[in-house]
Every structure is written in C-alpha cells, then in structure tokens.
Design a protein around this ligand. Structure first.
Ligand SMILES: [Zn+2]
Length: 286
C-alpha cells in the first residue's frame, strides 16, 4: 500500500468513528430523553375526513402510542374521526368537539347558524373535554354562533380550544370571565404578548403547536424559558395534524419535545410534558 492510500484509509476510518460516535451520542441522548419523559400529552391533534384513508384508525392509534403519548386531545372535521379513535382507545383519546363538518369551513363556520344545534346534539350524546379547535378573530366573538359556543362550553364545563388572536381571547373573557380557554399555538403571538395575556387571564392555557421559536437545537431560548418558569402550569405540548401528512410528525414532534424539555427545570418540564394537560382536565372535573 502506498503512503497516500494509508493516509486516505486512516482518514476514512477516523470519519467513520466520528459518525458512529455522533450517532451513539445522539441515540443515547434520545434514550435518556425518552426515559425522562415517558408519557407526554399532545393537546393538538386533528383526525379529519381526509386523514382516515391515509391513516386508518388502528394505524393512527398505533402512531400516537409509538410517540409515547399518555393522552392525545383529538378533534376532527367531521366529529366522526374523533369518535372512531375514541372508540378504539378511550384511555388515550381525549375527545374535543370541532364545530366543522368538513375541511374548509374555518372562515365561514361562525356565520352558520346551524352550528350550535349540531354541537348541542353531539354534546348531549357524547363525552367531550372541550370545543374546538375553532378559528375566530377579533370581533368574531360577538357573533351569535360564537356566543352560543361559549355558553355551551360553560354549560358543559369544558374548555374552548381557540385559534385566535389576543383580541378574540380578550373578547371571550369579557363576554364571560368564567370561560376556560386553551389558546391554540399560543395565538402565534410573541413571548411578551403571551406573557401579558397569561398574566391578565388566569383561565387561559396555551399550547405550543406549530411554534418553533421557543427552542433552538434542543435548547430553550431565554425569553421562552422566562415565560415557562413564570407560568409553569399554563403551557401544553401540541403537534397540530391539520393536514393528513402531518400525522407523520407526531412521533418526531414528541421526540424533539423530549429533548428541549430536558433543558428546563425538571418540575416545569414535567408540567409542560403532561401534568398541565391533566390539571386542565381536572380543573373542569374531567
Ligand atoms: Zn389545529
């Protein structure tokens, strides 16, 4: 063997060792993270009509189980998707009632006066922990359909899973301060606005679905760390399977959450991982 070949061979071996070492370190980190956070709650899952064929109910349940979830808050357009999953695994699925019959109603549902009647009959016959996720912004909350939805949530002691801006959330609480709101995506508001809202409204909880700025490379950013520590009992995890293909991110999202959660004080991390979701349910007697 020539010297040149020897050098190349040894450089190649060195590179292989580095790659294997990195993979082992990463796998070890993930195993540790899984050990630390064995059962998460994902508070933002949808199983709408176009997901059923691609991911049949049994497969959907096995994906949620593989992600290591102890509970999944599920809503769907129509509600049949939620009922399919709940029938298969009632210990895992927490049904949430979506006011949409099919995809594409998120901008029009609030003008459809048949919605409260549909919700009433489903609430009378099935178990739900919340109504949502629904989309409503600003003054939408003054519309009769929204008022009826808030009234129903209070009547049944269930939360509102609201994809809303701050104005809409404020309007919900000014209509009825006893409402309990799970703020989808933390309103896509920045950390100081989320801070302001959480300080004003004790019945406001916030999910982290489709938010990315709270962590970078597995480390929690400083402004969100302040927020998580200041409000240790108000944040929940979520994936948001708003399209059928998003179902394949549920496992990835859980794995990534387990990594960044390790960067928080243990008690805060376990609260966000699952305890806050359980507390939200308990606060409503669920
Ligand atoms: Zn959603």
């Amino acid at each position: 063997m020539t010297d040149g070949k020897q050098v190349r061979n040894s450089a190649y071996k060195h590179l292989v060792l580095i790659i294997v070492g990195t993979l082992l370190w990463w796998a070890d980190g993930l195993a540790q993270a899984q050990h630390n956070f064995p059962g998460l709650v994902d508070a933002h899952i949808h199983y709408s009509h176009d997901a059923w064929e691609r991911t049949p109910p049994q497969k959907a349940i096995s994906l949620l189980r593989k992600a290591g979830l102890r509970k999944a808050f599920v809503s769907s357009s129509s509600d049949q998707g939620t009922q399919k999953l709940y029938a298969l695994d009632p210990a895992l699925i927490v049904p949430v009632l979506r006011p949409y019959r099919k995809r594409g109603e998120l901008g029009s549902w609030m003008y459809d006066e048949t919605v409260p009647g549909m919700l009433k009959s489903l609430l009378a016959s099935n178990y739900y922990a919340g109504i949502g996720e629904f989309h409503a912004f600003g003054d939408d909350i003054d519309l009769p359909v929204l008022r009826a939805v808030i009234d129903l949530a209070l009547e049944y002691r269930i939360f509102l899973h609201a994809h809303s801006d701050s104005d809409a959330v404020e309007n919900i609480f000014s209509y009825n301060p006893k409402a309990v709101v799970l703020w989808a995506h933390s309103g896509f508001e920045n950390s100081s606005e989320v801070d302001r809202m959480l300080s004003l409204y004790p019945n406001l909880w916030a999910d982290l679905a489709f938010r990315f700025e709270h962590e970078r490379d597995g480390r929690v950013t400083s402004e969100w760390r302040r927020l998580f520590v200041k409000y240790p009992d108000r944040f929940l995890l979520g994936t948001d399977t708003y399209t059928p293909e998003r179902w394949y991110y549920v496992i990835e999202n859980a794995d990534s959450a387990r990594v960044w959660l390790q960067d928080l004080p243990s008690e805060v991390a376990h609260n966000i991982a699952w305890k806050n979701a359980e507390r939200l349910m308990e606060s409503l007697g669920k």
